[in-house]
Design a protein around this ligand. Structure first.
Ligand code: APR
Length: 240
């Protein structure tokens, strides 16, 4: 049953790799991508875990340097622009919780964005715990701009690490009238569980995705199609 717009005031939006796919950024695990779970020729466990970083820091730093360089050549697509328009025009509470480590929501102009899995364009100093904006490379072990130690790592949440700002996300879910999930496969927790949390907390739930996600049956409504088309359509509808 389509979701009625009227009583909706507070919105939480969860985005995943699918929202950036049409910008040319690879997703991780599309059903038919033919990459057999490989991510830029690497198994996720070889590059996206603290154990991998301890075992082979050069491999991990080089991998993230490459991704960091690549995302800076990409541009926001109509889905990012539509969400930025919603952020600008929506008068109620709104939080875009993204699992993406790219900055395409912000480059489209969105401000109410929370990066629960960190950001490619940040470096995190493991010596002084300060995060710095970082557009260059880390492979040559540059000094931390704050403390001078050569102890910078990518500020991305690896498998086995705690996502950021869970308290703020749950506070927003508690207030939400509508939870919208966009372009995520529902394979990685805790984000994959937000739809059930939202349901339990009384929000309506809407999925916008290319294919049905693993938790698709938990949503009140699912719309299938490319984000670059179905997100602007939904934003037009909710702002009408
Ligand atoms: N429009 C909408 N959805 C799309 C599009 C598109 N153009 N292209 C792909 N999708 C959908 C796929 O159908 C899939 O359901 O986007 C989803 C991408 O799923 P994943 O690759 O698993 O990405 P995501 O859900 O963001 O992954 C979660 O896993 O590896 C970790 O930390 C990483 O944040 C990431 C987390």
């Amino acid at each position: 049953m389509p979701i009625d717009r009227n009583p909706i005031r507070n919105i939480v939006i969860l985005t995943g790799a699918g929202v950036s796919a049409e910008s040319g950024i690879d997703t991780f695990r599309d059903a038919n991508d033919g990459r057999g779970g490989l991510w830029e020729q690497h198994r996720v466990e070889d590059v996206a875990t603290p154990e991998a970083f301890a075992r082979d820091p050069d491999l991990v730093l080089r991998f993230y340097d490459m991704r960091r360089e690549a995302i800076q050549t990409k541009k926001p697509n109509p889905a990012h622009h539509a969400l930025a328009r919603l952020d600008k025009e929506w008068e109620g509470q709104l939080l875009i919780v993204t699992q993406n480590v790219d900055d395409l929501h912000e480059r489209a102009g969105a401000r109410r964005v929370l990066h629960m899995h960190g950001e490619h364009l940040n470096a995190w100093c493991t010596a002084c715990d300060v995060r710095s904006r970082w557009t260059g490379t880390l492979i040559e072990r540059p000094a931390c701009p704050r403390c001078g130690e050569p102890a910078l790592r990518p500020d991305v949440v690896w498998f086995g690490e705690m996502p950021y700002e869970m308290d703020r996300i749950f506070a927003a879910l508690r207030d939400a009238d509508l939870f919208v999930s966009i372009g995520t496969s529902g394979a990685v927790y805790p984000a994959a569980g937000f739809v059930r949390n939202a349901n339990e907390l009384g929000a309506r739930t809407l999925e916008l995705n290319l294919d049905r996600s693993q938790g698709s049956h938990w949503f009140d409504e699912t719309r299938l199609g490319p984000a670059g088309r179905i997100v602007p359509e939904w934003v037009d509808e909710i702002l009408a």
